[in-house]
Design a protein around this ligand. Structure first.
Ligand code: ZN
Ligand code: ZN
Length: 375
């Protein structure tokens, strides 16, 4: 009668290879004679190993599924209770206790490169309307001598003698669990599994060299201070000539002499004489890209603002533009000659605004009283 290998591991007949491995690891941890003193544990552990040996092997599992027993004498496999008992790889037992160590393997020589960032100072004119700017960047680039391989021309990497290409070396220690294998990166090949006996003279085996190059970046209209533009794969080439990272160009907008920018709007200040503010006038305003005639209405107050639509910064997306706000600074004359002063006093008298005269006579409160009394 064939043994119920599925029953021993407690898995259904349609269990996947992963299910079987998981069940085996769990039971092996439970019944390993080194950790389970129960005298029956040893027998149980043997059964578990036998079941795993059978079910983890496609051919043997097929025999089981056809009603046979691959471990029975004449069943097509090696018999149980032989010299070594059922054969389960040492690694499988170690994996049961220490998790998978087999998946590591050598680390690749070729690895992706890092991103790089560069600052680009631009004038307002350039951020507003876009520009093609030359950029000088220092990054690692592909070594042209070895094309990234790191080997001198005509030579090749060799499999590491110490780890035989595994990239790690195992050492065996005795512990309460029996022998424990620990793996560490091979120091002879730094874990690569290969060595480069004749490194490329240009890059020293790195597959990349650091160099300064100039490239042109197209800055779109409407970018703002602090924005970053990504240039795909213009960053650092990786070790072994690995795929380059991206290059980020960070925009810095220099302050402008005339215009202050807030988002897509611009602000500027224009000084108008008191008389122009009072009488009204027409001003010519130099915008970022045009000249505009604007009317200052008669009776304009200090701090008044004139909005010129569509003369701000173009939107980064779309065709709209921000506005230009002209802040009017009404300037009072500071130096009057005798004639001007006489005329201004005359003007004040006609408006009943002889405050200066009144203040001179009676001080501030007096002038207020007189103003209220209508004098
Ligand atoms: Zn090279
Ligand atoms: Zn090695």
């Amino acid at each position: 009668m064939a043994k119920d290998y599925y029953g021993i591991l407690g898995v259904p007949r349609d269990a996947t290879a992963d299910d079987i491995k998981r069940a085996y690891r769990k039971l092996a941890r439970q019944y390993h004679p080194d950790v389970n003193p129960d005298p029956d544990a040893q027998e149980k552990f043997k059964d578990i190993n036998a079941a795993y040996e059978v079910l983890s092997d496609d051919q043997k599992r097929q025999i089981v599924d056809l009603g046979g027993d691959p471990l029975a004498p004449g069943g097509g496999g090696m018999g149980p209770g032989g010299a070594g008992g059922p054969f389960v790889g040492f690694q499988d037992i170690m994996d049961a206790f220490f998790g998978g160590t087999t998946a590591r393997g050598p680390r690749p020589r070729v690895r992706p490169g890092a991103d790089a960032i560069i600052r680009l100072d631009l004038e307002l004119q350039e951020t507003a309307f876009g520009v093609e700017a030359p950029l000088t960047v220092d990054t690692a680039v592909l070594c042209s001598t070895c094309s990234g391989a790191g080997t001198a021309p005509g030579t090749h990497p060799q499999t590491c003698d110490i780890c035989h290409g595994k990239g790690e070396v195992q050492s065996v220690q005795r512990t309460f669990l029996g022998q424990v294998v620990s793996a560490r990166p091979c120091s002879a090949c730094q874990g690569y599994g290969t060595t480069i006996p004749h490194p490329c003279a240009t890059c020293g085996g790195e597959g990349r060299v650091r160099t300064r190059r100039t490239l042109t970046v197209k800055i779109p209209a409407g970018v703002e201070d602090g924005m970053r533009i990504r240039l795909a794969q213009q960053g650092e080439v990786g070790p072994g000539g690995g795929q380059p990272g991206d290059l980020y160009v960070e925009i810095h907008e220099r302050p402008h002499d005339v215009f202050a920018r807030k988002g897509n709007d611009l602000h500027c200040k224009v000084t108008v004489p008191m008389t122009a503010a009072a009488l009204g006038t027409r001003l010519t305003i130099k915008t970022l890209d045009t000249e505009e005639q604007v009317d200052v209405k008669a009776g304009t107050q200090p701090g008044a603002t004139i909005r010129i639509k569509g003369r701000g910064v173009p939107h980064l997306r779309g065709t709209a533009r921000g506005d230009l706000f002209v802040h009017l600074d009404v300037r009072t004359p500071t130096k009057l000659d005798a004639d001007q002063e006489r005329m201004l006093r005359e003007f004040a008298k006609t408006r009943g605004e002889e405050m200066a005269e009144l203040a001179k006579q009676g001080g501030f409160f007096n002038s207020l009283r007189n103003a209220f009394n209508g004098h």
